[in-house]
Design a binder for this molecule. Structure first.
Ligand SMILES: Cc1ncc(COP(=O)(O)O)c(C=O)c1O
Length: 464
């Protein structure tokens, strides 16, 4: 039993103020009053005041099989008792070996080489370090530049945050601007007025190829992209984008890293989205989150045979990939991943998502009649509403920045937690969500948006 369960909300909030949270607002240190989550089951969270809420973002897009799984707890406990740790430098362990083999089987194409890490950031960081290492071994140390996109999110280490493209996240932070370059966020919503989606795709492909040519193909090592930009507001690229980008990569000998930290393990109805949803086999896939459904921290970079063969032949220098973590292939985390994969297979969760996702997307698009909603985006069990109350009027733009939080606050009080981001709310519920629960979720969301419209009307902030 958790030793802290007897503490009340205020006591926990006071202690929580000692915890510098990710993306912590520094001036709020010491005074924050965060919701304290005490329990969770299925798709629901229970806070320390006894309120039950649907977990709209599935934790941080990660609790794919849902909460309260005894089998996961048993697998974690059993492995911790059997052998909680062994050095990944010198020894192997059954959970890490079996997991690596399983990931090679379920991943697309020849992505058969598995580098295990502790998180998505370290998976991306390791993939980027691998690409740089690969070019060093091949004797082309100048081929190091990385092309990413505005609004991308790839993590919080120095390299992965340099690949990320959210300007606001970089305001007070240092990143590498010499080797990392950003091209357009691909969502059609931001294309110039009057441009067709087909022309937008042509623009994006040309912009990418032009960037390679501008930097010099002999200097560009890789393109890194999420199949859809999740934290960037569920930005879904136009149809055909992934294949066209891979073609450009192949033409210029640039590697394609598909960052599937969010989109794998049932989120889009498949183990991975790259091939099954978007028809491409990239050179490297990075993943984390749904790999253990959040029950343990774990990430992975899956690297193609083709790349490994190129740097391990007789005519290349002997080398070490000097990159790794004390907890690479952590036995307890790997045991959790194996049990998670077993549950997804046994319960048919991939098929379940394929069945309910069209309904989820239909209910999502059903919100388009609400005048405050400017764009709706989504695919699989991922969705986003983007709101606009300023209509582009400068003086009202600040209000747009608050709107996601306001919708979330209303929904929260009605039993739904969202992830507010500026003028957007995103959601990616646990992949076990049923059609009835999808109805429950979107009924609350509609009421939350309506209540927000009422507030901003009353406050004279919106003329709609
Ligand atoms: C696409 C993507 N890549 C990488 C990361 C970083 O993962 P982590 O927070 O586990 O380090 C995230 C986290 O949200 C992500 O969405």
């Amino acid at each position: 039993m958790n030793v802290l369960t007897n503490l009340g909300t205020e006591q926990l909030q006071e202690k929580d103020n000692r915890f510098i949270h990710p993306w912590q607002e520094i001036k709020a240190i010491g005074t924050s009053k965060r919701t304290i989550i005490k329990k969770a089951d299925g798709i629901y969270l229970h806070d320390s005041d006894g309120n039950r809420m649907i977990d709209g973002p599935a934790g941080m897009w990660c609790v794919n099989i849902g909460y309260g799984r005894d089998e996961m707890a048993d697998a974690i406990r059993d492995q911790a008792m059997e052998m909680p740790y062994c050095s990944p430098w010198s020894e192997g362990s059954a959970p890490a070996a079996i997991l690596a083999d399983k990931l090679a089987q379920i991943s697309p194409g020849d992505l058969n080489n598995v580098f295990l890490t502790n998180s998505g950031s370290t998976a991306v960081d390791s993939a980027l370090r691998f690409v740089m290492f690969y070019n060093n071994v091949l004797g082309r140390p100048g081929k190091k530049h990385i092309i990413s996109r505005h609004k991308a999110y790839h993590g919080s280490t120095y390299l992965s945050s340099s690949a990320a493209g959210k300007e606001r996240d970089k305001s007070f932070m240092d990143t590498n601007t010499e080797l990392f370059h950003h091209i357009s966020d691909p969502k059609p919503f931001v294309r110039p007025d009057g441009m067709s989606v087909e022309d937008w795709l042509e623009f994006l492909v040309k912009e990418f190829e032009d960037k390679i040519l501008e930097l010099g193909a002999d200097k560009v090592a890789a393109f890194i992209g999420e199949p859809l930009l999740a934290s960037g507001g569920v930005s879904v690229p136009p149809k055909g984008y992934h294949k066209r980008f891979l073609d450009v990569c192949r033409k210029h000998d640039v590697l394609y890293i598909s960052d599937e930290v969010v989109t794998a393990f049932a989120r889009m109805g498949h183990w991975f989205a790259s091939e099954d949803v978007y028809g491409i086999v990239p050179d490297i896939i990075t993943t984390a989150k749904g790999l253990t459904s959040g029950y343990q921290p774990l990430g992975a970079a899956l690297i193609s045979d083709r790349l490994i063969e190129q740097i391990s032949g007789d005519d290349v220098a002997d080398s070490y990939f000097s990159n790794g973590f004390t907890y690479s292939g952590h036995p307890v985390a790997c045991a959790a991943a194996l049990k998670n994969i077993e549950i997804i297979e046994r319960e048919g969760i991939l098929e379940h998502v394929q069945e309910v996702a069209p309904y989820f997307q239909e209910r999502l698009r059903g919100l388009s009649d609400l005048p405050i909603v400017a764009d709706i985006r989504g695919e699989g069990l991922l969705g986003c509403i983007e709101c606009d109350i300023s209509g582009g009027r400068e003086e009202d733009l600040a209000m747009d920045h608050e709107i996601g939080k306001r919708i979330d606050a209303h929904c929260h009080s009605m039993g739904l937690m969202l992830r507010p981001m500026i003028n957007m709310c995103v959601f990616s519920p646990p992949c076990i969500i049923t059609k009835e629960q999808i109805d429950e979720m979107f009924d609350i969301l509609r009421r939350g948006i309506e209540a927000t419209m009422e507030d901003v009307r009353k406050e004279g902030l919106w003329r709609g």
